[in-house]
Design a binder for this molecule. Structure first.
Ligand code: PLP
Length: 418
């Protein structure tokens, strides 16, 4: 038998990112937190950043806007550089992912007259599908929803085929799939969509801060994503959007707000969008939330996204080895790609009683994963704040719990938030 704890300690001893764990708030509880892909741990620096912003509010009141007015662009530039592989002036930190997706899908449809098909996959994140269904119901789009491999996700050949009739305005997919953790080939899929004359919009919520994104190099047109998962910016922190610079002049936001206006304080003029990415702002940005995004993005920049990717690979590889050895014999199967280059930073375990397994982990083993229907227990292995030792310990507790049948004593009803 393998001594998983020893293996894990050896990996931690050689991990160049191990010191970053102490940059996050931890409590003394025996809890092992493996849900950083739903809500990341709090960076200690976030509290100071928010406090400084509170003091500026107290001191400066409306005068604070001389600086705050540029916060969505400043934080966007930071995300562009540290996380997204984009250039300054291409990213805004604003609104929620859902709202940003709506704005950019609508804008893309407007920029492709004569085409109204939007391609996505059935396993895309629910909010993405709902936004698209809403646009279809309003008559703005026709959806072409692909059924792709549930573990590996969409492949370039499928996108090429879906765009072959030259009627597709936009392809929109998740870079890392929220359930399986599959990492899509950003570049090959973007090329396939472009070959059919379509624009491409990537949802980076489950990849940004876990793996490199390289928006510029991949040729992607548009992107959105949230900051409260691997970017650790806290509950409800503002999201971001990316619009390739060469497209900015030809895309228009469907929400014409005063923050997107060319000369915001001229006030009495008709609406005329700003030349640059600011045209995708709508209303007043959430300044306190943006302060926390800065703290999260700076940590990622300091650690370096390549080292973060390597750590994600190391954590997920260890998890999969333990799953194969200890949990597959107990009825689990792996719902995540085995090839380390084809996955992000979370691992999905499939089990017919996944909901009860998940509750048993939380209530009886002090391990926090989450449940995704129909049958997945997701383990989010947030690279900056998770150790290999935690991974080994959590999976050992899971094995012991199954062997003792603890999950069989859990009621079947689901809680409101899973
Ligand atoms: C978490 C997540 C979202 C969240 O959208 P919000 O508007 O921030 O609630 C959207 N898309 C994907 C792929 C996600 O993983």
């Amino acid at each position: 038998v393998t001594d998983w704890a020893q293996r894990a300690r050896d990996l931690d001893a050689a991990d160049p990112l191990a010191p970053f764990r102490s940059r996050f708030a931890h409590d003394d509880a025996p809890r092992i937190y493996l849900d950083g892909n739903s809500l990341g741990r709090m960076p200690l620096a976030a509290a100071g950043r928010i406090e400084a912003t509170v003091q500026a509010w107290q001191r400066e009141l409306v005068g604070g806007w001389h600086s705050w007015i540029d916060a969505p662009v400043r934080t966007g530039d930071l995300l562009a550089e540290a996380v997204l592989g984009a250039r300054a002036g291409e990213v805004l930190a604003c609104d929620s992912t859902t709202v940003n997706l709506y704005k950019l899908v609508h804008a893309a449809l407007g920029a492709r007259p004569g085409r109204r098909v939007v391609v996505t996959d059935r396993d895309n994140f629910p909010t993405d599908r709902y936004v698209l269904e809403g646009l279809a119901a309003s008559g703005a789009a026709t959806l072409r929803v692909l059924d792709c491999d549930p573990v590996l996700g969409p492949a370039a050949a499928e996108i090429e085929h879906a765009c072959a009739a030259n009627d597709v305005a936009l392809v929109t997919l998740s870079h890392v799939a929220y359930r399986s953790g599959a990492l899509a080939d950003l570049r090959a899929i973007t090329d396939a969509a472009h070959a059919g004359g379509a624009l491409v919009l990537w949802d980076l919520s489950h990849s940004a801060g876990a793996v490199p994104v390289d928006l510029e190099a991949s040729g992607a047109d548009l992107a959105v994503g949230c900051t409260y998962k691997y970017l650790n910016a806290g509950p409800g922190a503002p999201a971001y959007l990316y619009v390739r610079r060469s497209l900015q002049g030809s895309l228009r936001s469907p929400i014409q707000g005063w923050f997107g206006q060319r000369d915001q304080f001229a006030m009495e003029r008709p609406y005329e969008p700003d030349d640059g990415v600011r045209r995708f702002l709508a209303g007043t940005p959430p300044i306190l939330g943006l302060a926390a995004v800065d703290a999260g993005a700076e940590l990622v920049g300091e650690a370096g996204i390549e080292r973060i990717r390597a750590k994600a690979g190391s954590l997920t590889t260890l998890a999969i080895e333990i799953v194969d050895a200890e949990l597959v014999p107990l009825g689990f199967s792996l719902g995540t790609p085995r090839d380390v280059t084809l996955r992000g930073a979370h691992v999905s375990l499939r089990h017919p009683e996944a909901w009860r397994v998940c509750r048993a982990l939380i209530e009886h083993a002090h391990v926090v994963p989450d449940f995704r229907p129909p049958d997945s227990v997701r383990l989010g292995l947030s690279p900056l704040s998770t150790s290999h030792e935690e991974v080994a310990e959590a999976l050992t507790r899971l094995r012991d719990l199954i062997l003792e049948g603890v999950h069989l004593r859990i009621a079947g009803e689901r809680t409101r938030v899973t």
